[in-house]
Design a protein around this ligand. Sequence first.
Ligand SMILES: Nc1ncnc2c1ncn2[C@@H]1O[C@H](COP(=O)(O)OP(=O)(O)OP(=O)(O)O)[C@@H](O)[C@H]1O
Ligand SMILES: [Mg+2]
Length: 454
Amino acid sequence: MTKAKVLIVDDEPAARTGLSELVSDWGYETQVAADGEEAWQVATEFHPTVVISDIFMPRLDGFGLLSRLHETYPDTAVILLTGQASIEGAMRAVMEEGAFYYFEKPINTRQLNVVLQRAIERSAVQRENIQLRRQLSEHGVFGKLVGASHAMRQLYTTIEQIANSAVSVLITGESGTGKDLVAQTIHQLSPRSANAFIPINCSAIPESLMESELFGHEKGAFTGAIVRREGCFELANGGTLFMDEIAEMPITLQAKLLRVLENRTLRRLGGNREISVDVRVLAATNKDPHKAVRDNLLREDLLYRLNVIHLEIPPLRERRDDIPLLVQYMVDTLSQRHARTARVVAPNVLETLVRYPWPGNVRELRNVIEHAVVVCDGVTIERQHLPPAMFDGRSLRDEDSITFPIPIPLDEAERQLILKTLIKTGNNKTRTADALHISLKTLHNKLKIYRDEE
Ligand SMILES: Nc1ncnc2c1ncn2[C@@H]1O[C@H](COP(=O)(O)OP(=O)(O)OP(=O)(O)O)[C@@H](O)[C@H]1O
Ligand SMILES: [Mg+2]
């Protein structure tokens, strides 16, 4: 490891040399400067990790130096020293100007030693954080997707190649890998983006209603059909229809779907008019589609019709280099959403997150970060802010209990409970609704709200 660099600034020669000797005895590389102006010159070459500076100096004082440094080298920590100023005034300036620490002379060297170590740690965290943000803004984001791993880049390239056409796409991947986001991104980048993106979750709609949901019905088509209603295909006309969990669609309905895909026309239930539709179909499943065919869950001819292009999203554990970027992105967005203070993740925490197997993929990572952001009262997410289950070898998905920090907004607690129950039931909405004693419809409404918030 390279030595941390410390720049010492004081207009009094004896003070700066004394301090410089002490600090180099502690094992740091040091340089000195006689005032803020000189320090600024030195800093541009020396790139100090920490600057220890007197406040009252000719030409440029400690505060002036501090604000210049912050603008150009935001990860450099500044420790201010003063001989005589009122503590109150200096403290206020420190709080406002963002100095790392403030000492009155004569300095307590034991304290300085500790503060210096902390300043160096924070600086390292911030440097990494700045790098990640830069990566996020330069590359590593594609539509709504975050990730710069080889696998994700390949995925971005394919999406770019197919976005312009209207070919059907089958998106596969374990639960929580981002199939929904991939579908949204394809739509966003396509010439259809000005028109509707209609998602329909085949596991969520009772079999008896699904046909009408997809193709619509005429007034009086069946008991309860009081008004004429357009189905998802018509609603998505000119746009994109995203059929999620396609292997959960009743096999009889799959035959009808296939016909619509081939003829590009449909009939509403109880209707006799052929209606032509221009819809791009994206389908997703977290099952192995060929196995679903073998298990008679998916018609083979439908699979081939949908599978013109196949996008497979690898599980998070197979693209661990995406984790730091995802974490930074989630800390930023979730902190903002919950109006929280967390901004960065301590290096040892990031290490834990990168090593963890993530059976629930990006969704699970997001839940962990959300938990940490909500319970963390400082700037840095530390180990104790992670859910305890991460450390005892149990998978978070298998956890039977849920802990909330108090206070927590009621709807946030409800949201976590619902999502956790969904994970427990293997994403089975009927069983989740049963377990929570709510109707399937209520569950869907809530899930829709969560999705829209994202
Ligand atoms: N690459 C990514 N970048 C940013 N966020 C992501 C990414 N992948 C997934 N997410 C987030 O993870 C969560 C799960 O993603 P999504 O719903 O797209 O997964 P899924 O594969 O459709 O899961 P399921 O099979 O359970 O429906 C969402 O909150 C989503 O925003
Ligand atoms: Mg999904």
